[in-house]
Ligand binder design. Structure first.
Ligand SMILES: [Mn+2]
Length: 513
């Protein structure tokens, strides 16, 4: 069997990487190795833009055509050397530990998780109430394209110029482009959000045939939607120099000069505004970082905006927003909480049991083996008494990258419902062999500790259309009975199924029906 896992050393960190030859962008034959190589080569220019900005993960374990998922919480197996920052959830439950990509090893580790796109928030920790820039996301509707966006971006530039604000464009690497206004000053999301909204609406009034400021999809035909709503503490926007995973070929979100946008408009050449990873690297080597001013340029929103909000603050009783600086400070004092040690593992074999409320409630039992997650669906959940046997139906292998997923799969998609990391940790194989249909192992999880066995009792028979059946049973001695309360509690976030469903802060998307 080909070696699927290996260790590489990055700036003195040992990182376990897997499936490097796996093709993630089929049309370009762009593999996971190519992704890691790209991010390594661009890191000198990319990392300053990520420094201390928490990120939302967007992972494509099976490549751009496969299932993908969003998650905010650092996976439970995140190595301890990776910086995370705790932010209280809106609902109850543990804090969300956001990953902060402050160095090359972290970037490589995330690339290995097939985190193709990098989506930072606009704030830097610990000041999670203070955006460092204002952003306008220009998204073309049907019949419009990136050149239409370029035209609208120029209008935005001119309008911002009237307010003495300098702005910087980058292509999104998908369909449109974004205009960034560096601030790097004492400003709140209330201020940037309201300003961006007002400017988008003003431009819509001036250019009603070209610009729309409302989310409604059907209003967008032949127009550019200026999405001002990205200026919120809950929103992340694709990073400069991030790969995109929207097409079968990799494109990059690359900064462009206003002159280049003008030239593309003059020559009506769309292609000038799409950049492959190789193009992106060539550009930074030749021209340096066109987005560098976004990091350093200090600008202030117009005085009237600030006065308006200052007045509002004194008149208004304490609101939820007024608590934000307090929360930020609270986080500052708190060092990043380490995850329970039993869940941490740098190498070794991991297991996860995901409680899955789909059309039928079941527990997905998964063991990391040969670079994938061997999986069984256990309708009644793992037994705790010696002699108890539970039906375990084999389901398809899952990519190892799915191991920490907790969140929702949208309704109507394959497996639609809520997924909880019910238990997770490491396991040791005591005896047996998966291919022979018998394994006995010791689990070291937070709920389950001790020995269990998996045994095949019906072999598959393709001719008779018969599926394999296995049994999961408890071995050696009884385990602790899981109370109802613990059964409805995540091993990683301590949330209930209902809370996970309500938070909807991680989504797993399936292309299968
Ligand atoms: Mn399932």
């Amino acid at each position: 069997m080909a070696k699927t896992k290996q260790q590489i050393s990055v700036r003195g960190r040992r990182i376990t990487v897997s499936n490097l030859d796996k093709i993630l962008y089929p049309a370009a034959k762009f593999s996971k190795r190519d992704v890691i190589d790209y991010y390594t080569r661009i890191s000198k220019f990319l990392l300053p833009h990520l420094k201390n900005h928490p990120v939302t993960l967007k992972r494509f374990p099976d490549g751009v055509r496969g299932e993908f998922f969003y998650e905010k919480e650092a996976p439970f197996y995140t190595p301890s050397w990776i910086k995370t920052f705790p932010v209280p959830r809106r609902e109850s439950g543990n804090d969300i530990h956001y990953i902060v990509i402050n160095n090359l090893p972290t970037l490589v580790w995330l690339s290995n998780l097939a985190n193709l796109e990098i989506h930072p928030f606009l704030h830097r920790v610990p000041r999670i109430d203070r955006p460092t820039a204002m952003v306008f996301d220009c998204d073309p509707g049907p019949g419009a394209d990136i050149l239409t966006c370029a035209r609208v971006a120029q209008m935005l530039r001119d309008l911002l110029g009237e307010l003495e604000l300098e702005s910087f464009p980058k292509v999104s690497g998908s369909k449109g482009l974004q205009v960034y206004v560096p601030l790097n000053s004492a400003v709140s999301y209330d201020e940037t959000g309201a300003t961006a909204k007002a400017l988008a609406e003003l431009l819509e009034r001036r250019e009603p045939k070209l610009v729309v400021s409302k989310m409604t999809k059907k209003l967008r035909t032949r127009k550019v939607f200026i999405d001002w709503s990205q200026n919120a503490d809950s929103k992340s926007t694709v990073a400069v120099y991030s790969l995109r995973a929207k097409k079968d070929r990799p494109y990059v979100s690359v900064p462009v000069s206003w002159d280049e946008l003008g030239d593309a408009l003059k020559s009506k050449d769309r292609e000038q505004l799409f950049f492959t990873p190789a193009d992106a690297i060539e550009r930074v080597e030749e021209h340096g970082d066109l987005f560098a001013p976004v990091l350093t340029k200090v600008q202030k929103l117009p005085g009237a905006v600030r006065e308006y909000f200052a007045e509002k603050d004194t008149k208004r009783p304490a609101t939820k927003n007024a608590l934000k600086p307090y929360l930020a400070k609270r986080n500052f004092k708190k060092t990043a909480e380490p995850k329970p040690t039993s869940l941490r593992t740098e190498d070794g074999s991991r297991f996860v049991i995901q409680k899955h409320a789909a059309s039928h409630l079941h527990y997905d039992f998964r063991l990391e083996m040969d670079g994938v997650l061997k999986s069984w669906s256990v309708p009644k959940g793992p037994p705790v008494k010696v002699g108890d046997k539970r039906l375990a139906m084999p389901t398809e292998d899952h990519p190892v990258e799915y191991i920490g997923f907790e969140g929702i799969i949208p309704k109507g998609e394959y497996g639609g419902g809520t997924v909880m990391v019910w238990d997770a940790g490491t396991y040791d194989l005591i005896e047996g062999n998966y291919h022979n249909g018998f394994v006995r192992f010791n689990l070291n999880g937070s709920k389950l500790k001790g020995e269990w066995m998996l045994q095949r009792f019906v072999k598959a028979n393709a001719e008779r259309d018969k599926r394999e059946k296995w049994l999961l049973s408890k071995a050696r001695k009884n385990a602790r009975v899981i109370s109802r309360k613990r059964d409805d509690q995540s091993a990683i976030s301590k949330r209930t199924m209902a809370q996970i469903a309500k938070a909807a802060d991680a989504r797993w998307h399936s292309n299968r029906k």
